[in-house]
Design a protein around this ligand. Structure first.
Ligand code: MF3
Ligand code: CO
Length: 255
């Protein structure tokens, strides 16, 4: 396994990719309402990504047939957009997107509400997001990968939810998926030592019920085995000697 350290000029391109990706997510979140199809979301995503001169990295990746992964309710990740899948009031929808800008990748995901959702669904979305922020407290030079994984799992489980085991985060750069794998659950080994210049896509997938998942017959869509709701939160993160930098947020939002 080799984990690459990016140069300042490479990081600058990943910042730009991430800034554009944040705009893509804003555009998608703004269109979410009862009555639209998951295909409508993908179509808009493709258009916005192209309008910024980027390539949708998911399109045709290992044969994936769309630009955005749109996963509704008990769908964990990799839901395939469809004209017949219509969002309804009370649904939660996970939007996962990736762009390539001048050869450099960014990858991020958000779960958003469709109309009015239950307090429990709201709490699931919030806990999933917060688990990411608990994890990245350890995403800095000198800590080990397992410090991040453990912090995510501990926070999720303290809140009564479970962390998906069959899917993990990943290194990212020129490729969408680079070393290392970034689990959201504790490992027996402490994992690599984090170093400034590493770029990781950290992406907790959290189920309201049990952690088990299964794949649908389309070979993409991952759903919870018990039918419980699932949420996803992901950013592309730069490791530094201090606070991690979120590369997949708008430049204006950086502290
Ligand atoms: N964010 C997901 C990941 O990191 C999305 C990739 S799925 C595919 O694996 F559509 F690109 F295949
Ligand atoms: Co990812």
């Amino acid at each position: 396994m080799s984990v690459s350290v990016k140069s300042e000029s490479e990081i600058e391109l990943m910042r730009e990719a991430g800034h554009i990706l944040a705009i893509v997510h804003e555009e998608l979140a703004a269109m979410i309402k009862p009555g639209i199809s998951t295909y409508d979301i993908d179509k808009r995503g493709y258009e916005v990504i192209k309008s910024y001169g980027c390539i949708p990295s998911f399109l045709n990746y290992n044969g994936y047939p769309a630009s955005i992964c749109v996963s509704v309710n008990d769908e964990v990740v990799h839901g395939i957009p469809s004209k017949t899948r219509i969002l309804k009031d009370g649904d939660i929808v996970s939007l996962d997107a990736g762009v390539i800008y001048k050869g450099w990748q960014s990858d991020s995901a958000r779960t958003v509400a469709v109309g009015e959702i239950s307090p429990e669904a709201k709490r699931l979305i919030e806990v999933t997001k917060q688990s990411f922020f608990e994890g990245i407290r350890y995403a800095r030079e000198g800590f080990h990968l397992n410090d991040v994984s453990t912090a995510i799992q501990n926070y999720v489980e303290a809140n009564g939810y479970s962390v998906v085991r069959d899917l993990v985060g990943h290194g990212i750069g020129r490729e969408l998926h680079e070393d290392p794998q970034v689990p959201n659950f504790r490992q027996r080994r402490r994992g690599i030592k984090l170093q400034a210049g590493m770029t990781l896509a950290i992406e907790p997938m959290v189920n309201a019920g049990r952690y088990d998942v299964r794949w649908l017959d389309d070979d993409w869509t991952v759903v919870t085995e018990d039918g419980s709701l699932s949420a996803h939160y992901e950013n592309t993160v730069l490791i530094t000697k201090g606070e991690p930098e979120l590369l997949s947020i708008r430049k204006e939002e950086k502290r």
